[in-house]
Design a binder for this molecule. Structure first.
Ligand code: SF4
Ligand code: SF4
Length: 128
């Protein structure tokens, strides 16, 4: 029996002309991440006490925490998405971000990833 899915090429071309594209125009169009998918670490600044436990557990030294300055920073280009920092945080201040990371060009990231393009930092507001 003939396979109904084996359309002649002309019919297939016509169908492709009127159907939606199968791919997105990334990075112009970024798909929202599914809940809980590993990827980009995000900080809840309000609950963080800057204890530094997450930074000590990070196997790729992607985190920098300063209790004195009330600051937290992550080098996204170093992070391997292992989740050790999320597990270490007793305050549940870390979570996986809902947005996918953007792609960095070699000019932005540097040949060895040494540029600051992938760095994100949070700082506790100064007391009034
Ligand atoms: S994110 Fe959690 S473990 Fe890391 S410094 Fe803040 S409170 Fe401590
Ligand atoms: S997910 Fe892993 S590599 Fe990334 S910052 Fe957390 S501990 Fe470090």
């Amino acid at each position: 029996m003939a396979n109904p899915f084996r359309l002649p090429m002309a019919l297939r071309a016509l169908r492709n002309l009127v159907s939606r594209p199968a791919t997105r125009r990334y990075p112009a169009e970024v798909r929202a991440r599914f809940p809980g998918v590993r990827g980009v670490v995000e900080l809840d600044l309000d609950s963080c006490v800057f204890c530094g436990l997450c930074a000590r557990r990070c196997p790729s030294a992607a985190l920098t925490v300063s209790r004195e300055q009330g600051s937290f920073a992550i080098e996204h280009l170093r992070c391997i998405g292992c989740g050790a920092c999320l597990d270490a945080c007793n305050k549940h201040s870390l979570r996986w971000a809902a947005q996918a990371p953007r792609v960095y060009s070699r000019e932005e990231a540097g040949a060895e990833g040494e540029a600051a393009a992938g760095r994100q930092a949070w700082k506790k507001p100064a007391a009034a």
